[in-house]
Design a protein around this ligand. Sequence first.
Ligand code: ATP
Length: 314
Amino acid sequence: MALAFSSPAPRFAVSPSIPHTSPSNSFLITVPTPHRLRRCLRRGVKAAVAVDSPSAEGGGLPVESPNVLLEVNDLRAVIKDTDKEILKGVNLTINEGEIHTIMGRNGSGKSTFAKVLVGHPDYEVTKGDIVFKGENLLEMDPEERSHAGLFMSFQSPVEIPGVSNMDFLRMAYNARKKTEISPIEFFHFLLPKLEAVKMDPRFLDRNVNEGFSGGEKKRNEILQLAVLEADLAILDEIDSGLDVDALQDVAKALLGLMTPKNSILMITHYPTLLDLINKPGFVHIMQDGVIKRTGDRSLAKLVEKGGYAEISNA
Ligand SMILES: Nc1ncnc2c1ncn2[C@@H]1O[C@H](COP(=O)(O)OP(=O)(O)OP(=O)(O)O)[C@@H](O)[C@H]1O
């Protein structure tokens, strides 16, 4: 293995996925941090030459690459205070601006993975690491993770009696942005977001999710996401229980929220939402606590057609 570094430390980019390494491959790799270098090495890069500009001597083809937003390495987790292991070595990298989808049989560990990412107290990480925006996520409590830009929409959003949706959203916004926006100002900020998710402003006066239908709760989750302007939205079955029109609205709203900087990690059982979003993305199949296969939307189609047996046997 050959590694060469230019000096001073180069402004380097690493190919996001490096999917097809073989013993004879060599890559132009730019290495801004030891962390990113570790990632390349883990992925089996055998020869790496770093140069600080495409024109520098000894270089190869420059690799334009987006920034890594989330990196999960060999993540293992058990149910708290037990030795029941649910996550058995999950690896996943999400770059800025990407849409990732996790599919998998019931009970394969998808929601657990999502919950571990946001620091759910039911689980204990026993091995591996999670780096979010260059920071060690495992050292942050759930609130810090949220302030850092992680958002999770749960399968069954909780009701919060006695707290109006408007107050809740404003408090969440203030906490995330470390500001103190007035109710009037906030309302003006909120109006276009309500329109984007096609939500009736009357829902703002109701208590959070109290008495909301399943679809209304999901729409409210997207509103929260829009308000918090999260860097990574983790959406656990955001499409479940939605009628066809609502599904279209959610897809449109999600697309409207996408920027080159933020990313989405969706858990779903159906490829419909992916079709509606209609953007290139990654589909991962989780099986027994690990990501077994990764591909594009065609992988989701394969599952839809032949079930998971086809994937497992491949
Ligand atoms: N807090 C917990 N206590 C006991 N078992 C748990 C707990 N959390 C997860 N599990 C178990 O871990 C396994 C994975 O659950 P998880 O909810 O992550 O699956 P999933 O892939 O999201 O399933 P689904 O598609 O049905 O939502 C299941 O067998 C589940 O019963």
